[in-house]
Write a protein that binds this ligand. Structure first.
Ligand code: FAD
Length: 429
């Protein structure tokens, strides 16, 4: 990269795909370094910022036929306290409670966008159709990127950049598990991506598949709305007791000839709705992964050096693929590290060393018996990761309070569990 830059002697042009939290964070830090970077172009397929946090009552498609992006449901409250969730340099309104309704996060992101004067650099209703590298030989190989986008009228335009930040989100392409006989189910099958509120399910029998954050949350909402809920999952225990009307079951093994569901323990039930809370696939329809040396699987993208960039193309950055993280602080660190790479203040190892590091990390996890779908879970490892990015990229590390509050969060979650327990007992009386 450094030889590229000395040849160019001009501001680097960066494209950002998506104006959700990650894309806004990228734009904010690019704009703060005008000596090195030209103002970015942020392509956003919707007409607003916020991505996931912009609640869409609609499900299915937008007017232009593209699938609805946000998986937000009406009554969602954040599962991280605002003090941990915030970008470290941009607090939430101190008057607000710690756990927020989603509307407050949307307002926060809009305020972040305004405060950092990002809006003029966003192209709304612009869908990125293709991002492809162009490698030319000068004093060594030099990569630029062609970004092809489509506006509202459908006309396409290709522009050239020195770097691209992929901030298109990872919670939009529903993962549908392969359940033998699924096509035989006679009721309605929906994914949590298209769940908005519980009222349409009142009085119905619903099997919720998966007890992750959404599966648990949605089961409770449905139970409170008088649906008969069976929460089917493979976890040994749940973090809180389930309210009246919500029962547990082992994972669904098969849909039988008559449309009934057979669970792993042999029990059988009929249901009107099968609600899949089974997560999301990684999906980059605008990239050609093989050309970048990448393999994109349902739950994994490899190899990515520092979970961020393809070793062969260290001017393309995929922000936020890791799970069990504090997303906004994580984006804040990844973006600054990426910009330090582009500025040349991080000396990257050789291609072979970067590949070795990225592959080695995965191989060690396989040896430890980590399943493919859990490979990108960070949890406690996120702090060391963020610290390394900050040290290498020479920017301010996350304040220690983010980690201590996150760890204290267990205490908060316990309080939430107790509140839920109390609600359950009140309902049962
Ligand atoms: P997104 O918010 O998904 O933004 C991506 C943007 O890219 C969108 O605006 C989209 O329109 C745009 N885009 C996509 N493809 C294209 C294209 N081809 N061309 C142009 N634009 C494109 N995190 C927390 O910290 N706390 C929580 O409590 C929390 N709860 C969550 C609850 C739910 C139901 C979900 C789904 C996620 C939750 N998260 C939570 C995680 C959340 O995803 C992150 O906080 C964060 O919003 C992700 O930001 P992002 O910018 O990576 O992606």
């Amino acid at each position: 990269m450094s030889s590229d830059r000395t040849v160019r002697m001009q501001q680097l042009r960066v494209a950002v795909v998506g104006a959700g939290a990650a894309g806004l964070c990228a734009a904010r830090h690019i704009l703060s370094r005008p000596d090195t970077f030209a103002p970015p172009i942020v392509y956003e397929l919707t007409e607003h910022v916020g991505g996931t946090w912009f609640y869409e009552e609609r499900t299915g498609s937008y007017d232009n036929g593209l699938p609805i992006h946000s998986s937000m449901y009406r009554d969602l409250r954040t599962n991280l306290p605002k003090e941990v969730m915030m970008f470290p340099d941009f607090p939430f309104d101190p008057q607000l409670p710690s756990f927020l309704p989603h509307q407050e996060v949307q307002k926060y992101l809009e305020r972040y966008c305004q405060s950092h004067c990002i809006t003029p650099h966003i192209r709304f209703s612009a869908v990125v159709d293709e991002v492809s590298p162009v490698v030319t030989e000068g004093k060594g190989p030099m990569t630029t990127w062609e970004v092809t986008s489509r506006d509202k009228s459908g006309s396409q335009n290709t522009e050239t950049f020195d770097s691209v930040f992929i901030c298109s989100g990872h919670y939009s392409d529903p993962h549908i598990p392969s359940i033998p006989g699924l096509e035989r189910f006679k009721g309605k099958v929906i994914h949590s991506h298209s769940y908005r509120h519980p009222e349409p399910f009142s009085g119905q029998s619903v099997v919720v598949l998966g007890a992750g954050a959404s599966g648990l949350d949605i089961s409770l909402e449905l139970g409170r709305s008088n649906a008969q809920v069976t929460l089917s999952h493979g976890k040994p225990t749940l973090p809180f007791p389930l309210p009246y009307g919500v029962h547990q079951a082992t994972p669904v093994e098969e849909i039988q000839e008559d449309g009934s569901l057979r669970f792993q323990d042999g029990s059988i039930t009929q249901a009107q709705v099968l609600l899949l809370c089974t997560g999301y696939n990684f999906s980059y329809p605008f990239l050609e992964p093989a050309r970048l040396g990448l393999k994109v699987q349902e739950h994994l993208v490899t190899p990515l050096y520092r979970f961020l960039m393809p070793p062969a193309f260290p001017s393309l950055f995929i922000i936020g693929i890791c799970k069990i993280i504090c997303p906004f602080p994580h984006f804040h660190c990844q973006v600054q590290f990426a910009l330090a790479v582009l500025e040349g203040s991080v000396a990257l190892p050789s291609l072979a060393e970067m590949e070795e590091e990225a592959q080695g990390e995965m191989a060690r996890k396989v040896e430890r018996g980590v399943q493919l779908r859990h490979m990108l879970k960070m949890d406690k490892e996120q702090w060391g990761y963020a610290q390394t990015l900050a040290q290498t990229g020479r920017f301010a590390p996350l304040p220690p309070v983010t980690q201590s509050l996150y760890e204290e969060g267990e205490g908060w979650r316990e309080i939430q569990r107790q509140q839920r327990r109390r609600r359950v007992m009140t309902q049962s009386c």
